[in-house]
Design a protein around this ligand. Structure first.
Ligand code: C2O
Ligand code: CU
Ligand code: CU
Length: 525
């Protein structure tokens, strides 16, 4: 339990937030918001499968002031889609109706640090937190989800997550389909236990690989099927799974046309990315331009996640054998693990987990049928011009990723809620070249989706030849990113130029790795 004194200590250590009135627990107040929302997180029950309802945690939202179309219900356990306009001043009153601490993070959004949902701001059940920010991101697909340290994975798994769609008038000039010809697919995997209940962690493997399920849900629904018109669509794909990486492809072998990455549309300079498949790691997003008019009517096809072998721990495990020092090493950890799972009959479970719903397994994501009727000709796409380049960067940062003794670490340590002494520092409005290096020694080599709060950045390069051959062609490293996948043995260099001052964080977005402490603070400015 966190005491109030601890909370104060954290606030004080936070420097930039120390000036805030502690009692209010609020972000910087902006005068006169254009939009005021109320956002509640609370337990609920929803019908997902035939039979018993599923117990979930659920966001619900209401417009208190401003555009009524800012909140779009999802008719599932997922939070409503929040539609913001660039430049809009938004205030969100978050109410924690869970029986435990929580806080909301705006994933991919450039918000003040007090509105970022860092776990130091977590509020107890029954308490609230007010966010004030101006929407600075360009048109694109973003996310919101809880971020209390140690239980983000659980809260997201039971349903707390939603999409943020940012729109801006200049999008019209791009020639993108909208209205009915715009769809979003929030992709999640779940493990189904007795009586239609979601089944979270059940064995030690879950801490390592992250929680993987064999049931794919799209927008909170199983066995999703979309009926589409024979015309171009804008498809927003978001991976909101705790740990699963998808290798998305059309079953009829049509290529994918990627027009946006995590953080806004690709520029003309980047160009539309035509790929045989797209790799989407946890909390990455892409937008596709898909002309369904190029398929025969009444044709049924599917969005699949293709099988892949590369990059995960399972591969390493099979290859190098179970008897690695990491697992057998004399630490007290192993004793606990054995008690909990592996030896206590867990081995069978583990093998079953690996075989049935393991990382890289082929999965059906959604079925599509093209309806009959008139075809519409596709507009020519005019992607926006490139963003102004960030000047020469004199600053360098280095982060080493490792996975040992069942835990991920960054620069040799796990996250400490009570210390901000291990900050990384980045100057404001100047480029820093940040090198991430994924230590591949030992059997615990795995890939990690790394995420940095409060910035949008570019991937400059990744070590050639290290990304698994069966995933390489689907990595979207162009455009602005906020999350990127790094494979074992790889180095990825990104160019970051923060614009919001204060204390933010970066972490692995495999939610079990994150909760295990594969996370560090970083200070901008
Ligand atoms: Cu999407 Cu720190 O999170
Ligand atoms: Cu984030
Ligand atoms: Cu990780």
């Amino acid at each position: 339990m966190k005491t109030r004194r601890d909370f104060l200590k954290i606030l004080m250590a936070g420097g930039a937030v120390a000036a805030l009135p502690v009692a209010s627990r609020e972000g910087r107040a902006a005068p006169d918001p254009d939009l005021i929302l109320r956002l509640i997180a609370a337990p609920d029950r929803v019908p997902i499968w035939r039979g018993a309802q599923t117990r979930v945690l659920r966001f619900q939202a209401q417009v208190i002031q401003g555009r009524s179309d800012a909140v779009r219900e999802m008719s599932s356990y997922l939070g409503p889609v929040l539609e913001f306009r660039r430049g809009e001043r938004v205030r969100v009153h978050f109410e924690n109706g869970l029986g435990e601490p929580s806080i909301v993070h705006w994933h991919g959004m450039l918000v003040p640090d007090t509105a970022d949902g860092h776990p130091r701001f977590a509020v107890d059940g029954g308490e609230s937190y007010t966010y004030d920010f101006t929407v600075r991101n360009p048109a694109g697909t973003y996310l919101y989800h809880p971020h209390p340290h140690g239980s983000t994975g659980k809260q997201v798994y039971f349903g707390l997550a939603g999409l943020v769609i940012v729109r801006e008038p200049s999008e019209r000039a791009v020639g993108l389909p909208d209205g009915e010809n715009e769809l979003h697919l929030v992709i999640q995997d779940r493990r189904l236990g007795d009586d239609n209940q979601f089944r979270f962690r059940r064995m030690m493997m879950d801490d390592m690989s992250g929680v993987l399920g064999e049931h794919v849900l799209v927008n909170g629904k199983p066995d999703p099927a979309f009926r589409v018109a024979p015309r171009p669509y804008r498809l927003r794909l978001a991976n909101v799974s705790n740990a699963r990486i998808y290798k998305l492809a059309w079953s009829d072998k049509n290529p994918m046309h990627v027009i946006a990455g995590d953080n806004g549309l690709l520029s003309r300079a980047d160009g539309v990315q035509v790929r045989p498949y797209v790799v989407l790691a946890p909390f990455e997003r892409v937008e596709l331009y898909e002309d369904f008019g190029r398929r025969r009517s009444r044709r049924e096809f599917a969005l699949m996640s293709q099988e892949f072998s590369g990059g995960d721990m399972m591969g390493g495990m099979m290859g190098e054998g179970m008897m690695d020092e990491d697992m057998m090493g004399g630490g007290g950890m192993m004793g606990g693990m054995m008690g909990r799972g592996m030896m206590g009959g867990g081995m069978g479970d583990m093998m079953q987990g690996m075989m049935s719903g393991g990382q890289g397994k082929e999965l059906l994501v959604a079925r599509f049928t093209v309806s009959g009727g008139g075809r519409a000709r596709a507009d020519t796409l005019r992607l926006p011009g490139p963003a102004p380049a960030v000047g020469e960067s004199k600053h360098e940062l280095y982060t080493r990723l490792a996975f040992r003794h069942m835990r991920g670490s960054l620069n040799g340590r796990t996250f400490n809620m009570h210390s901000v002494a291990d900050d990384e520092h980045l100057p404001l409005n100047e480029g820093t070249v940040w090198t991430f290096s994924n230590d591949a020694s030992g059997m615990m080599s795995m890939s990690h989706p790394m995420h940095i709060h409060g910035v949008r950045f570019r991937v400059l390069e990744r070590t050639r030849g290290k990304a698994p051959e069966d995933l390489r062609d689907g990595l979207i490293d162009v455009g602005f990113k906020d999350t990127f996948l790094i494979f074992p043995g790889e180095q990825v260099r990104v160019l970051v130029a923060p614009t919001e001052p204060g204390l933010f964080m970066y972490h692995c977005h495999n939610l079990e790795h994150e909760d295990g402490g594969m996370m560090r603070n970083c200070r901008f400015g």
